[in-house]
Design a protein around this ligand. Structure first.
Ligand code: RB5
Length: 149
């Protein structure tokens, strides 16, 4: 997929356990994990954590990002406001593969209050092991990129 095997992880307070499980799982698959926290369950604000991870992907520092909040929705919305980010919430493996294959997503969002750890790790695997298909999908992704301008 990419020669850059750095992946950034972040979450809010609602998703620390799932984020840490994902970090361990992804590291075992050979990824260099950049886990930017938070580390305590003190209430925090998902937009800033989504933005921080998104900026590391948008800059090229990390090839991909995985972000987690209670539903996955709020942190996804924040990440997608950063230029160059294509992030989808997925709670099934089919969608997680398709956002890579057809949408060239560079970030995945998950909801820790929606999905169990076992399925979440399968969703992560589908996201990380599926390549962008290009072709006609490239034209459509270019149209999304043009919206950044
Ligand atoms: C936090 O209570 C919750 O709102 C947040 O984790 C997330 O679900 C927002 O989209």
């Amino acid at each position: 997929m990419t020669t850059n095997k750095r992946i950034v992880l972040s979450s809010d307070h609602a998703a620390i356990d799932l984020r840490q499980a994902i970090a361990k799982h992804v590291a075992a698959k050979g990824w260099e994990v950049v886990d930017i926290g938070p580390t305590t369950t003190e209430s925090t604000h998902y937009p800033k954590h989504g933005e921080a991870a998104a900026r590391m992907v948008a800059s090229g520092d990390c090839a991909l990002g995985i972000i987690v909040c209670g539903t996955g929705q709020g942190i996804m919305m924040a990440a997608n406001k950063v230029k160059g980010i294509r992030c989808g919430v997925c709670h099934d493996t089919f969608s997680a593969g398709m956002i890579r294959a057809h949408n060239d997503a560079n970030m995945l969002a998950l909801g820790a209050r929606v999905i169990g750890e076992g399925l979440a790790l399968d969703v992560v695997d589908a996201f990380l092991t599926t390549d962008f298909e290009g072709g006609r999908h490239g034209l459509r992704v270019d149209m999304i990129k043009a919206l950044d301008a």
